[in-house]
Design a protein around this ligand. Structure first.
Ligand SMILES: Cc1cc2nc3c(=O)[nH]c(=O)nc-3n(C[C@H](O)[C@H](O)[C@H](O)COP(=O)(O)OP(=O)(O)OC[C@H]3O[C@@H](n4cnc5c(N)ncnc54)[C@H](O)[C@@H]3O)c2cc1C
Length: 482
């Protein structure tokens, strides 16, 4: 997404741009699997932060609302807890009040205060940290940004911060699980990330007709209209450099392409490790924190489950233990929290009539250095956990109705998209890996070599990748004109 966006901006400004993609179609992590009339978004399934998409589409000279057929998803998520209780997160505040007060009397007032804090964090973070590039230290460390230290709680732990709003652990988890989208646990994430539940409730979670992959199709169309040339099944094997410049790329088929500027959208740590001459950055990156990974199941099912909402989240009571197991042991928790997506609830064309298309995603640790994780075993365990959890909703016959199944493990993520450690969100978003401290979008030595995407600034997420594409294209144009 970052690469396609950057390519479009650059082509619109008159550059001749060629995109080299190792796989047979565009999109990278944001991809689609289609089989027998079932369509699966294999990566992102949640269209969040619509205002950011809107702004980025505008910078591409077009309108998000005209290009995408969006519908609002409300309730956003159906949360299911271990004790069988449920909570439907919704922007309908009357319904939220009723549901929250039933779980913890007085907690609705806590939610209103929490959302107020989330709004402040959202405005400041998006305006000051996400939408801007940090080319030099003074772009980040300045008087204006100093106030962020006090206004977006970067030094306060997110989960601990929840005690100011709720006592009930189920509510603390209901409004912090979104941290996993940045690859972080709420027990290590800064309280800054209250911006996520805020934007989900205030600006909505949306669904583009045809699924998230329709965004890729739209952006690819825009790129081609701007003159970008795409070459698929074309893996870059090496970046040809001299002491200070990148001269072009060498491809897996032995051919070579010269370029005045080289921009890498492949995962930044992979590029440093595999495509460039080894330097100190390889060791520095190895010491950085990587986000978690996921095991994903894609099931074509021969009946429908109309009672299953579009986004169902099973949250485990042993919430802290869950995150510790993923982060510290790089494993699969004993009772994992997990997510089930039923896109046909939102867009019937995602499954054949009378049938269902189901996706289950279970967060797990990323690949370990010693390679001792047994992914076949963990995959089987994860699968059983999904069936067990669905049984608590009265769905007990799913396994018998699966027509076909495809599974992605961290190994798949690593191989298919060259993601280091199979980390689905790239470098994680700890304080020391954010904003100016995230690896720069320009190589410090090769002055015409740039990066775009999740492991550079601003970080993971589809709209964020679009921001990343715009920021790097602006930098490239500034460098070329300077
Ligand atoms: C399971 C999962 C769920 C997610 N859920 C959400 C969500 O709900 N909402 C959301 O907004 N975001 C979500 N994300 C995050 C979002 O998908 C990513 O942050 C974003 O798509 C990353 O885009 P990118 O620009 O970094 O490029 P990537 O997707 O990493 O694409 C890079 C491209 O480079 C190609 N490539 C790699 N190496 C080479 C090479 N040597 N030669 C040629 N090509 C190469 C790859 O094949 C790939 O196409 C999710 C991600 C995953 C994996």
């Amino acid at each position: 997404m970052g690469g396609i966006t950057a390519a479009t901006h650059l082509a619109r400004r008159g550059l001749h741009v060629t995109v080299l993609e190792k796989n047979s179609r565009p999109g990278g992590r944001c991809n689609r699997l289609s089989r027998a009339g079932h369509h699966f978004d294999t990566g992102p399934t949640l269209f969040v932060m619509p205002l950011l998409y809107e702004a980025e589409f505008r910078t591409l000279g077009t309108s998000m609302r005209e290009r995408l057929n969006l519908q609002r998803v409300d309730p956003t998520y159906h949360l299911v807890f271990d004790n069988g209780s449920q909570l439907a997160l919704t922007s309908n505040m009357k319904s939220m009040q009723k549901q929250l007060e039933a779980i913890e009397p007085g907690s609705y007032a806590g939610l209103l205060r929490y959302l107020q804090e989330g709004e402040q964090h959202y405005q400041l973070v998006v305006d000051r940290l996400v939408k801007h590039d940090f080319r030099k230290v003074s772009d980040f460390l300045n008087i204006r940004n100093l106030s962020l230290l006090f206004r977006v709680k970067p030094l306060v732990n997110h989960y601990r911060n929840m005690s100011a709003y709720f006592d009930e652990p189920r509510l603390k988890s209901a409004f912090t699980f979104q941290d996993i989208y940045t690859g972080l646990s709420p027990f290590e994430a800064p309280a800054t990330y209250s911006l996520m539940p805020y934007t989900e409730l205030a600006h909505g979670v949306w669904y583009p007709k045809g699924g998230m992959y329709s965004i890729v199709e739209t952006l690819t169309d825009l790129a081609q209209q701007a003159g970008v040339e795409f070459i698929f099944n074309s893996a870059v094997e090496w970046i040809d450099t001299n002491a200070t410049y990148a001269r072009g790329v060498l491809l897996a088929d032995g051919s070579r392409l010269d370029a005045d500027v080289v921009l890498a959208n492949a995962d930044l740590p992979y590029v440093y490790q595999q495509l460039l001459p080894q330097d100190g950055m390889v060791k520095a990156l190895a010491r950085k924190r990587f986000s978690c990974s996921v095991i994903s199941f894609f099931w074509g099912v021969d009946k429908t489950y109309p009672d299953l909402g579009p986004h169902t989240l099973f949250l485990a009571d042993d919430y802290r233990e869950n995150f510790q197991c993923i982060r510290r042991d790089l494993g699969l928790p004993a009772n994992p929290s997990l997510y089930v997506h039923a896109p046909a609830r939102l867009d019937p064309s995602m499954a054949p009539r009378g049938q269902d298309t189901l996706i289950a995603i279970i967060p797990v640790g990323h690949l370990s250095e010693n390679g001792q994780q047994n992914w076949a075993e963990l995959q089987d365990l994860a699968r059983q956990h999904v069936f067990r959890r669905l049984r608590s909703l009265g769905i007990s016959d799913l396994e018998a109705h699966i027509k076909f199944e495809q599974t992605y493990t961290p190994i798949t993520w690593a191989k298919r998209y060259n993601l280091v450690n199979g980390s689905t969100h790239g470098l994680s978003h700890t304080l020391t890996q954010m904003a100016y401290f995230r690896p720069s979008n320009r190589h410090p030595r090769y002055r015409n070599f740039y990066f775009v995407g999740a492991s550079t600034h601003p970080g993971t997420g589809v709209p964020t990748a679009m921001v990343s594409g715009r920021l790097v294209s602006e930098r490239i144009m500034d460098d070329l004109s300077g």
